[in-house]
Design a protein around this ligand. Sequence first.
Ligand SMILES: [Zn+2]
Length: 354
Amino acid sequence: MLDKLNCICHNIIMKAWKVVSKEEMILNEIKSKPLGEGQVKVKLNYSLITHSDILAFESEQTEPKGIGRLGVGMISETHESVTSFSRGDRVLISPYFVCKDCFECNNDNEHLCSNLKVLSENTDGVLSDFVNLSERQLVRLPENVSDNDAVFIEYIAHALNVFAKLKVKKGEHIVIVGANCEGIICAQLALYYQAVPILIDPRAERLKKASEDGVYYAINSVEDNVSAKILKSTGGRMAEYAIITSYHDAHFLRVLKYVQRGARCVFGSVGKSEEGGDVNIPSKNFNVIIEKSLSIHGVPDGFRSLVSAINLLANKSVNVKGIITKETTFQEVDKTIEELRETQDRFVGAVVKY
Ligand SMILES: [Zn+2]
């Protein structure tokens, strides 16, 4: 009987979206591989299309690349060596995979692992119907966290890592550049820490969403005089902190003007930056950093904070409803990517329902 069951599982046809060359993607079908030691098979329920996936679609590929960084699903099969999870468990797929072998991993600095692999960046992604993964890549989800909210957990974890760098105190002001998923969640977390977020973006509808979540200072970078508004909202002192989740050359110098002397600034987004390419920083910008005695940090991901992020979501301390308004189905991922890239929504993404 067991042999028969294994046989059925191994014969599943798994479908995965792959970018095969520039602006060409396919729904690839392969026969499911047998699970290896410590592996489980996850049936995806929800995932996200992010800006990184759109950038992958627009790039030349040397070999077919599986996209999709964030996913939530249910365990459909486990290898006999797996003890932490069972069939039917609802799980978040962590996008990170550390080697547990390098100097950093051996010194409790796994977040700095020299061989860190991230789903869809340097290994295939999870925009697939089934995926075989190590049990180390899974986090069990509590009942009161829904699947469609759970796909935002990495963004919340990223925001937690940002605030761990900033160390904000009650009543302090934080300029947040970019009302994308990262920016809106950082603004909510600022309120959670009783700080004052000042959110800046050119898109009125994104600022409206943040205002509905209680962000009082939502500044339109096209229509408003940003510096004057920050000056007024901080009582003439400018902000103690800046979080930059959307950046290109011009932003860099502007942001440095929004903060006061001695400010801490974090640059960071989940996955690739909005512009995708290299950011060239003119040398005069460095003089401002030195003159104003600024601290600059980078936060690339939510590594190590996924469990804390799940707790914030479970306690309803963060509201992810309405952060992404576009929803699509697994079958229509290619069509949705084509649609998203023509609009400002490319920086926000879409929720994929299976
Ligand atoms: Zn390592």
